[in-house]
Design a binder for this molecule. Structure first.
Ligand SMILES: *Cc1c(COP(=O)(O)O)cnc(C)c1O
Length: 352
């Protein structure tokens, strides 16, 4: 007798962060702005005095109420998770496991495929038509494949493309599958289906505190939808999935809506600057760089020399995301954007 590691586990590699000293990190689509003095005080007040002998509130009631107010939905339409990552895992496992395949539109957030595969659920992939998910293709494939779950990010990570609200609603109405719309970047665009999601018994919107809200380290995300679906999430999650400290921190920050909206506006302005700068470089060096339009806080830049550009930036202490034949660069502050644009310009000039 000998223990056999299941092959699907054996072939995985653990998620590894980038080692090294970077003076500028634009690789993970996090917020460019530190919280600042006032929000830090709000945060400190929120977590001080927490009774950490006790388990957290399994329903995360205050947090869900704060999120509901922030997003303009009802509190019983919100379930909280340890990042939207955990919710993706739970939803795929609960709604597709033993039921049917998960349908994705690639390239997209790699976690959809990852979680399907670790649960031994078939993941059927459609290619994107251009930068965004193709709704007609998904509708047809969902029917043909008898998909249990259709999941995609909107706006899309990594392409930055977006699907208009009416199109997403058309998909939801045209399928029996559970449609999970991952709106991690919808804070930077304006086509959310949040105000209509409660009307459907087959749609869930995912939101996160990790991007526009600037709390990636706190690990809080939300599943929002009709009460029946949200209750199902609460049934399948582990009871204490969001720590007391995370609940307190995210609750306090979500109540600072005006400040969060100001910070978000600054991130949108930063993205426009980065996008314009990258497009100007792409116009000067069309053989080496393309810059796609973006609805998110990052810009996707296909390049036949993506690896060389990525290495060149890294040598200067700047980390962006390298994905095959492209770079994905998220917005920093104005000064940080200038720095990455100047560094890229030099590298491109050397190539020309
Ligand atoms: C960053 C990101 C998330 C957020 O994940 P968290 O676990 O909430 O930090 C979710 N979906 C997409 C597409 C993302 O890019």
């Amino acid at each position: 007798m000998a223990f056999q590691m299941p092959p699907r586990v054996e072939r995985l590699t653990a998620y590894a962060p980038h080692e090294g000293d970077y003076t500028l990190r634009l690789d993970a689509n996090e917020s460019a702005f530190p919280l600042g003095e006032r929000l830090e005080r709000v945060l400190a007040r929120a977590v001080s005095g927490a009774d950490l002998r006790r388990y957290p509130d399994p329903r995360a009631e205050e947090l869900c109420r704060a999120a509901a107010d922030f997003f303009g939905v009802k509190a019983d339409q919100v379930a909280a998770g340890c990042g939207s990552d955990e919710l993706i895992m739970l939803l795929i496992n609960a709604f597709a496991g033993g039921v049917g395949p998960v349908l994705v539109s690639e390239p997209d957030f790699s976690m959809y495929r990852f979680y399907s595969e670790i649960f031994d659920i078939r993941c059927v992939s459609m290619n994107k038509a251009g930068t965004a998910a193709d709704m007609d293709g998904l509708i047809q494939a969902a029917r043909e494949q008898k998909a249990a779950v259709v999941i995609f990010s909107n706006p899309c990570n990594p392409t930055g493309g977006g699907v208009p609200k009416a199109e997403v609603l058309r998909l939801i109405r045209s399928t029996d599958a559970l449609v999970i719309v991952d709106e991690a970047y919808m804070d930077f665009w304006n086509e959310s289906i949040l105000d209509e999601v409660a009307a459907f018994d087959n749609a869930i919107v995912l939101k996160t505190c990790s991007k526009a809200i600037g709390l990636a380290g706190v690990r809080v995300g939300f599943a929002i939808g009709q009460k029946s679906l949200v209750d199902a999430v609460k049934k399948v999650k582990s009871p204490y999935n969001v720590s007391t400290l995370s609940q307190a921190a995210a609750t306090a920050l979500l109540r600072e809506k005006d400040e969060l909206l100001r910070r978000r506006a600054a991130l949108v302005a930063g993205t426009r600057m980065l996008e314009a700068g990258l497009k100007a470089l792409a116009a000067r060096f069309p053989q080496w760089l393309t810059a796609w339009d973006t609805c998110a806080n990052f810009v996707y830049c296909p390049s036949p020399r993506a690896k060389a550009l990525w290495d060149g930036l890294r040598k200067q202490g700047i980390l962006v995301r390298h994905m095959g034949g492209a770079l994905r660069i998220c917005t920093g502050t104005e000064e940080e954007n200038r720095r990455v644009l100047t560094a890229l310009e030099k590298l491109l000039e050397e190539m020309a």
